[in-house]
Design a protein around this ligand. Structure first.
Ligand code: ZN
Length: 274
């Protein structure tokens, strides 16, 4: 039984077209506002991303179990620990899919990442990892009569990210390419990231955008995310150090979730800046 030490996650029913339902579970705002998703098909569940804290991994599992269908695939979109650490214990029995590069990174860095975060956060972190075993190839696939498009996005918030699109539902699951009313994880130049957001905004095939942090979003939220990246660039161009940078970013976005992310990326960003 999992001890609930953190504020509970919030669940959203994003879409129900009679055949497919899409659910999103978002961890609480101070604890990264991680958003993970369930595509509930007629006979099975497809899950996307696995949280940072073990408690939210368990809450995600409870949501999946409440739907009374088997979990056939669990996709991990990229190799940042807030997308794969939390699921380790709660989803030890699932088949995890990831891009080849992401699988390699998690196999390499995962054990150290897990140990380090356990030292820092104690029993808020899962006891072990559940590793990807199936490689995702970009392309199209029909699962349970529903079209899935798998894409590899390059040079956005992380070097490689899996994007999953559901054209029948007009939903694009872009994870950390979009931070929705949430501070973003920024470690270097953002030109490629901005270009991906602009392309997504201009793609008329999709109108519901599922973020990796924050609640389900729409096109207007993409514009806000682009403005946020512009603001980051502007602040970076005139501040002297990391402390000044953080103060100005928090002043510009006082109500955004996941402010802790800034502390985590600052040493990386300012090391790259010099
Ligand atoms: Zn993330």
């Amino acid at each position: 039984m999992m001890l609930k030490q953190l504020p509970p996650a919030v669940t959203y029913l994003v879409k129900d077209n009679g055949k497919v339902r899409v659910h999103t579970l978002v961890s609480s705002a101070p604890f990264f506002a991680n958003a993970t998703h369930i595509i509930e098909l007629p006979t099975q569940l497809i899950l996307i991303d696995g949280h940072f804290f073990a408690q939210y991994g368990y809450e995600f599992r409870q949501l999946a179990d409440s739907l009374n269908k088997p979990i056939t695939r669990f996709y991990v979109t990229h190799a940042h620990p807030d997308h794969y650490l939390g699921m380790g214990d709660a989803f030890a029995d699932v088949i995890v899919y990831a891009l080849e590069e992401i699988t390699k990174l998690i196999l390499q860095a995962g054990p150290h990442e897990l140990k380090e975060k356990q030292q820092h956060f104690g029993n808020l972190i899962a006891t072990h990892l559940t590793y990807p075993s199936q490689i995702v190839e970009p392309g199209e696939e029909e699962i349970d009569g529903v079209r899935f498009i798998f894409e590899k996005a390059i040079d956005t918030e992380s070097p490689e990210t899996l994007v999953i699109k559901l054209p029948d539902l007009r939903i694009a699951i872009v994870q950390d390419i979009l931070y929705h009313n949430s501070h973003a994880f920024i470690t270097g130049p953002v030109a490629g990231w901005k270009a991906a957001l602009q392309e997504l905004r201009d793609d008329t095939a999709y109108d519901t955008i599922l973020a990796g942090h924050g609640t389900p979003a729409d096109k207007a939220d993409i514009d806000n995310a682009i403005l946020y990246l512009d603001k980051v660039g502007e602040i970076l161009s005139h501040v002297n150090d990391a402390i000044e940078y953080k103060q100005q970013l928090l002043a510009a976005y006082p109500n955004y979730a996941a402010a802790k992310l800034i502390d985590i990326y600052l040493p990386i960003l300012f090391a790259n800046k010099v």
